[in-house]
Design a protein around this ligand. Structure first.
Ligand SMILES: [Fe+2]
Length: 138
């Protein structure tokens, strides 16, 4: 059975994370310096636009479930050193993947709009992990 209240609560936690990560990536894009700044800036901004889309998916699905989308923003971590910033983002994206995997497991497959929405967010997050691992030289 779909436990709607629990699902709404978890999706609002996800929405807080999406808001925080969007600000985090955009701020890091703005402050990044050094020989790789241009590439990092482009990548961070591209990921930030994915986070904007994720937040929209979560907001719409929370409303569809009868909930109220949060306006809270989660914890933001900024580092002026570009490599450290990449590592912070990599850790964040790995945590995000774990979070959405758990969330996806709570959603019945026949709830297709919700299921596919979260699956899409999970897929993007896994792609972000791969991209950031490459930037981190892993
Ligand atoms: Fe995201």
């Amino acid at each position: 059975m779909l436990e709607t209240a629990k699902l709404i609560k978890l999706m609002n936690e996800g929405l807080e994370m999406e808001y925080a990560s969007q600000i985090q990536y955009l701020t890091q894009a703005a402050i990044t310096k050094g020989p790789y700044a241009e590439g990092l800036m482009a990548r961070f901004k591209e990921i930030a636009s994915d986070e904007t889309e994720h937040a929209e998916i979560l907001r719409n699905r929370i409303v569809a479930l009868g909930g109220t989308p949060t306006t809270k923003v989660g914890t933001i971590q900024i580092h002026k050193d570009s490599l450290q910033a990449v590592k912070i983002n990599l850790k964040y994206e790995k945590d995000t993947v774990d979070f959405y995997r758990k969330l996806l497991n709570l959603i019945p497959h026949d709830e297709v709009i919700l299921y596919e929405g979260i699956e899409h967010v999970l897929q993007d997050s896994q792609e972000h992990v791969e991209e950031l691992e490459r930037l981190a030289g892993k």
